[in-house]
Ligand binder design. Structure first.
Ligand SMILES: [Zn+2]
Length: 333
């Protein structure tokens, strides 16, 4: 096939991830450096862009970025924020409440639907069941965890299984929230920062539920209620009237720090592949690849996984050293 032809055959996209990656390295080295060599979905989509347009995706994005990201409407964004401990506690309570409200029965129901339709329990069939749509996300978070409870045999300790399922549900809920937070930090905030006037973002502190009205509700209301507006910053009202908006730190004193994270993100055109020999990939024993610039690599070195591995290695080295000495000692005697 002619690699330079924009009218290329799309069946090329069915090739192996390795072949697609090699091709991408040739035609769009900047993009290739940004993705993990086994991230098929992303590699495939960049190759597809190249095949369709005849131009590297990285070049197209650069042009787009220079012309500015466009929002159709002026948008006032509220980030209803909580301190981590309070948030985690709230998330755990939310799971407990879901249990109380009978999430296990709903899981059983879904399970029996899955059995009747012979669909795998995690399949898309559930997306077609309208009645569950609203609760789908919530259920998906809890569903898989409850399968062992549902499938328990008479001799199993159902209470222990249930306890385990609830614990897992809590863990997965926290993980889900963490991924939402990193989306806010890594995508939303940098994007808003580029166009402050059209997409102001305010943090409303919801840590303490007793101050919900003054710290969250009132600033976000679009109609004036209660005391005169001068007593509370009515952000939505001011925004709608085109009035000058106060600095986010007047609404919440940690706003500056949270909206200007100190963790730097390297410019994507500086990204490359870093190989961490320590953090071995489960799939690929050659090592763990970090995609990014200096900042991302340094961030990896600070991750819990990496530091734990380092600590274990040091422990092992110290132990080996001690053992070797012991042996020498024994030999001497
Ligand atoms: Zn590592």
């Amino acid at each position: 096939m002619n690699y330079d032809s924009p009218e290329a055959d799309m069946s090329f996209l069915d090739k192996s991830t390795g072949e697609l990656f090699q091709f991408l390295e040739k035609v769009d080295p900047v993009s290739a450096q940004r993705f993990h060599p086994s991230d098929r979905r992303k590699i495939q989509s960049k190759v597809e862009i190249y095949l369709r347009t005849g131009r590297p995706a990285s070049e197209l994005y650069k042009e787009q970025k220079e012309s500015g990201v466009d929002v159709r409407w002026d948008t006032l964004i509220f980030w209803v924020w909580s301190e981590r401990d309070a948030l985690n506690e709230r998330l755990d309570k939310r799971v407990d409440k879901m249990i109380e409200m009978g999430v296990e029965d709903e899981c059983r129901e879904l399970y029996s639907v899955a059995e009747r339709t012979k669909a795998p329990v995690t399949s898309g069939i559930f997306q077609a069941i309208g009645i569950y749509l609203k609760k789908l996300k919530m259920l998906i978070l809890g569903y898989r965890e409850f399968v062992p409870v549902i499938e328990a045999r008479a001799e199993d300790d159902v209470d222990a299984l249930r306890k385990e399922a609830i614990q897992q549900m809590k863990t997965h809920t926290r993980q889900y929230v963490r991924s939402q937070l990193s989306w806010i930090n890594n995508k939303l905030i940098p994007l808003c920062g580029q166009q402050t006037s059209r997409t102001p973002i305010y943090i409303l502190n919801a840590t303490d539920p007793t101050t919900w009205t003054t710290k969250v509700l009132r600033p976000a209301l679009s109609i004036v209620q209660g005391p005169p507006p001068s007593l509370f910053p009515h952000l939505t009202l001011a925004f709608q009237n085109g009035a000058e908006l106060p600095s986010p730190s007047t609404i919440f004193d940690r706003a500056d720090e949270l909206l200007n994270p100190t963790r730097k993100i390297s410019p994507p055109d500086e990204w490359k592949h870093w190989l961490c020999e320590l953090c071995k990939d489960r799939k690929n024993s050659a090592g763990f690849v970090v995609v990014g610039g200096d900042a991302e690599w340094n961030a990896h070195l600070q991750t819990r996984v990496h530091r734990n591995r380092l600590r274990r290695l040091k422990k092992k080295e110290a132990f080996d050293e001690w053992k070797a000495k012991q042996q020498q000692h024994i030999q001497k005697e």
